[in-house]
Design a protein. Structure first.
Ligand code: NDP
Length: 250
């Protein structure tokens, strides 16, 4: 188990009701953080994550907020301060990917707008709040995708949102000069969650799981381990970077 960081440090994890975010929330709690478990709509799943954290002796609260909504994000940060008095870590994990992935030429406006609203504006909204409200020595971990590197047909708009997140990461790291706050991104490869599995045939899942030399899908815990490193003491000298966690696929 990881060394406990501090007994009063607080992490907000967006999209923590399931998938990678739930694993991150649970891992950061094991690392010693109190955790704000953000979710969009699945209140029962978020409550279950809170219960697993409380069972380990850390504190957690579930807070509903659509990250695409700037006012809701303000309320999310207010709730964190109200519950725990401070914010040390922000993990911008919330993200969406459509289960059908047409070529760019066949992508409709609504799909483009919603992808950018959640993945880019959502990350912007939380970064803007965090800039004024994170403690000295804090940590921000954003979420990109290894698709920025693999550039597979069908993923143009989704991958473009993640390229934007990588750029926000680089520049935000520099803009926080003097605060001792690091800003990095994690870029998973195919990881066994609803976001990846939904809408794919078993054959396609099998093929994509063999795209890396480890010949398996990533697990939410694989990704949570990388986030834990960047959010903890050992990651202090890594700043403004995107860490691809994909078993060596790209
Ligand atoms: P899931 O679909 O399994 O979970 C998504 C989580 O995000 C849920 O907790 C969901 O909440 C929440 N969420 C969705 N939209 C919003 C919103 N507007 N506001 C707040 N929360 C929201 O996704 P993953 O765990 O697979 O993905 C996590 C991150 O990792 C994403 O940024 C994704 O792009 C990235 N990623 C994933 C890969 C994969 O293969 N799985 C590969 C590369 C990157 P609720 O439960 O309430 O709906």
């Amino acid at each position: 188990m990881h060394k406990v960081t501090s007994s009063n440090q607080v992490a907000i994890v967006t999209g923590a009701s399931r998938g990678i975010g739930a694993a991150i929330a649970q891992r950061l709690a094991r690392d010693g953080f109190h955790v704000v478990v953000n979710y969009a709509g699945k209140a029962e799943e978020a409550a279950a994550v809170v219960r697993t954290i409380e069972a380990t002796g850390r504190k957690a609260v579930a807070v509903q907020a659509d990250v695409a909504d700037a006012d809701a994000v303000k309320r999310l940060f207010d709730s964190a301060v109200q519950a725990f008095g401070r914010i040390d870590v922000l993990v911008n994990n919330a993200g969406i990917m459509p289960s059908t992935l047409p070529m760019l030429a066949d992508t409709d406006d609504a799909t483009f707008d919603r992808l950018f609203a959640v993945n880019v504006k959502g990350t912007f909204n939380t970064l803007r709040e965090a800039a004024g409200r994170l403690e000295q020595g804090g940590r921000i971990v954003n979420f990109s995708s290894s698709l920025v590197g693999t550039a597979l047909p069908g993923y143009a708009v989704y991958a473009a949102t993640k390229s934007a997140v990588e750029t926000l990461t680089n520049i935000m790291a520099k803009e926080l000069r003097g605060r001792n706050i690091t800003v990095n991104a994690v870029a998973p490869g195919p990881t066994a969650t609803a976001l990846f599995l939904d809408g794919k045939t078993p054959e396609l899942i099998e093929r994509l799981s063999k795209a890396n030399p480890m010949e398996r899908l990533g697990t939410p815990d694989d990704i949570a381990n990388a986030v834990s490193f960047l959010a903890g003491q050992d990651g202090a000298w890594v700043n403004g970077q995107t860490l691809r966690a994909n078993g060596g696929m790209v």
